[in-house]
Design a protein around this ligand. Structure first.
Ligand SMILES: [Zn+2]
Length: 220
């Protein structure tokens, strides 16, 4: 069976069956970028070792701007030109319910279809929620959203552990990636034809092997 869901799908654990619980868990485990109005849901279950197409920042930006109908995958070698993990906590963390941010003023789920807004049972889960900029010699792709899981992998700690870190350690973590050449795997999700930009999702980010960077270097 293929499970599909979209941002309006609500998972409810009632009736109390094994299937309902696993579907609920599945729904909770999937991350959405709630910054796009029309998000095409496709689970990122691709094996990243199969992603071979290399792009530079200018090429990736034009992919984001151009109308497209299909999900595309690629990788780029880029510097993280902003990685503000030692900045204000509001730039690093956010409370979420059903993967949507809570409105900071009202404390309510920003998903208008969320059952919690009717039942007044908004869940509050603190998650990593930050953006990075990816730069190379052709330009910068700014404001790229990092999923909670990817930030956890990069920092090597959970949100709870991060909250306990002294500021100096956060700054160390920042400089362990900032301005380092990274190999970044990405997915571009088409926006459809509503005029919005396509959505960029980062699938993985690791420090790049200098030899591999050299072999893949393109002037334009
Ligand atoms: Zn919600």
């Amino acid at each position: 069976m293929t499970l599909t869901a979209d941002r309006k799908t609500i998972f409810i654990t009632n009736p109390d069956t094994k299937e309902a619980h696993s579907l609920y868990k599945y729904g909770k485990s999937v991350e959405f970028d709630d910054d796009t109005q029309q998000d095409v849901f496709t689970p990122s279950n691709i094996n990243i070792s199969t992603i071979k197409d290399v792009y530079n920042a200018a090429q990736l930006q034009s992919k984001l701007n151009n109308i497209s109908c299909q999900v595309e995958y690629g990788l780029m070698f880029a510097f993280l030109s902003s990685f503000d993990v030692d900045g204000p906590l509001t730039n690093v963390l956010s409370y979420r319910c059903c993967n949507f941010r809570l409105n900071r003023d009202t404390g309510l789920c920003s998903n208008s279809s969320c059952a919690s807004s009717l039942a007044d049972t908004t869940e509050q889960t603190l998650t990593f929620d930050m953006r990075v900029s990816l730069s190379d010699h052709t330009g910068t792709v700014a404001g790229t959203y990092l999923t909670n899981n990817l930030v956890q992998e990069l920092l090597g700690c959970t949100v709870d552990e991060f909250m306990q870190l002294p500021e100096a350690r956060k700054t160390d973590l920042k400089w362990s990636y900032l301005l380092e050449k990274c190999k970044v795997y990405f997915k571009v999700v088409p926006s459809g034809f509503n005029g919005a930009n396509n959505t960029l999702r980062l699938l993985a980010c690791e420090r790049a092997d200098p030899k591999e960077v050299y072999n893949n270097f393109k002037l334009v």
